[in-house]
Design a protein around this ligand. Sequence first.
Ligand code: M6R
Length: 347
Amino acid sequence: QKEGYDYFMLKEIHEQDSAIRDTLSEKDKIAEIISNLDGINRICFVACGTSFHASLTGKYLIESMSGISTDVILASEFKYSANTLDENTLVIFISQSGETADTLKALKVAKKTSKTLAIVNVLGSSATREADFVIYTRAGPEIGVAATKTYISQLVCIYMFAAILADNKELLNTLNEVPDYISEVLSKEDVIKDIASKYSDVNDFFFIGRGLSYPTALEGALKLKEITYIHGEGYAAGELKHGPLALIDDDVPVVVVLPPGDNYKKTVSNLEEVKARGAHVIVIGSCENDFIKTEVEDSFCINDKVKEIIAPLLYVIPLQLLSYYISVERGLDPDKPKNLAKCVTVE
Ligand code: M6R
């Protein structure tokens, strides 16, 4: 069933445009759930791994558009915050499998005090039976251990939730443009393949981004660790100078997640900082900048028409491909990383 692809992960990366189209069909269901949420004045996301990174994106979207205070808690750390929940808190559990032990345990605790919503890919999984409300990500089965198309589908659900909550019709309409932009990104896959072959034997990578691009940077680093066994560290670009800059030299490539928009200039300054320490910089994003054109050796340029707000839905794709091709280059099986399982049923 790999349909001509070498690995499931690559097939699933290529299914992301259709995964988004299918998930967009959940819009009315999400609107109906939101109409039942009277009195909610706080939102709390709970998740693990890649689902945690999707949740972080949700915090940025909900707080900036609705002003509702939103926390994101790792499911394995949830018990320390459980006594802050009340009946006015909505707790949103994000899980591809709907079976992750830490997430399920937190769900059982949260439902004692608060309304619970599960955003899940696997139909009929345990989380869907426990939560008050359920939204399905319509990504279809994901075989590769690394979450790819389910991450994008989680993000789409979160975007729709945040947009409907804030009555932001413009954002809802913009989401319909994303599948075509994804096809455009995937058509330039060879650019990433070439970059991957240059960097397949390094020991450390940094991934940096600001605002909505920070969770994308974290996700890029997680994918790298998971399937290439190279150390990857995701960092908020503005935090580099508070410690990690000491680690940067010409052995450490830095991937800069750089959409056009409000954060562009400041992120370019951070790029210049690492460049000045000898780092090899890989830009993912808007290349319309003289410094990038002349000084940066590797870039994957993304259509400047893509607004910063929807960048997380596209910018993660070159990062998934980067890890995939490095993994293959190193002779590994990206579908079955060592020590990891698709579904983590132990705490
Ligand atoms: O099924 P879940 O979304 O609850 O799984 C959570 C994590 O185990 C999962 O996202 C993991 O981090 C991925 N394999 C990363 O690609």
